[in-house]
Design a protein. Structure first.
Length: 161
């Protein structure tokens, strides 16, 4: 028996929604004002796929790094679904996603785009629990042996797995 899994991310510039059902994946990006339109966009997305919230088995949400408002909105939304249905909610950090995507690479530095083109979220290998914020020029001030640099589209593709 397959599960219905909804994945939602609103921590970066655009929100993305993915639904895995019967080993098929449907995705959608939300470009509108995320806190205002998130619930309606997800409801429409589920309706387009002939599902209701009660049909969900799991909800996966991105817990950051990223926009505080986006993260807070998505987690609150997931908790509301969990409290009214029997689904499980799982929070996933983008850096953990990168470690999963690249398990054989022991990166010195991992970088994720922020909402602004010249700013990034990053994590250093020696500081696993530390998330920083840096400008483009700061990235090139230090040499690293291995760097994983992910753009939003590639991270959204993980939700297709």
């Amino acid at each position: 028996m397959s599960s219905n899994i909804l994945a939602v991310s609103a921590s970066l510039k655009y929100a993305s929604i993915a639904l895995q059902r019967d080993n098929l994946v449907e995705c959608r990006e939300i470009a509108d004002d995320i806190p205002t339109y998130l619930v309606q966009s997800i409801s429409d997305f589920l309706n387009d796929n002939s599902l209701a919230y009660k049909d969900l088995d799991h909800v996966i949400v991105a817990s950051g790094p990223g926009s505080f408002t986006g993260i807070r909105t998505v987690i609150s939304f997931a908790k509301a679904i969990q409290s009214t249905t029997d689904c499980n909610v799982v929070c996933v950090n983008y850096f953990d996603v990168l470690r999963t995507l690249y398990p054989t690479i022991d990166a010195d530095l991992m970088i994720i785009n922020s909402e602004n083109n010249n700013e990034f979220y990053y994590i250093l290998r020696d500081q696993n629990a530390s998330v920083g914020y840096l400008h483009t020029t700061d990235i090139f001030d230090v040499e690293y042996d291995t760097v994983i640099y992910e753009q939003n589209e590639q991270l959204q593709n993980l939700l297709k797995c």
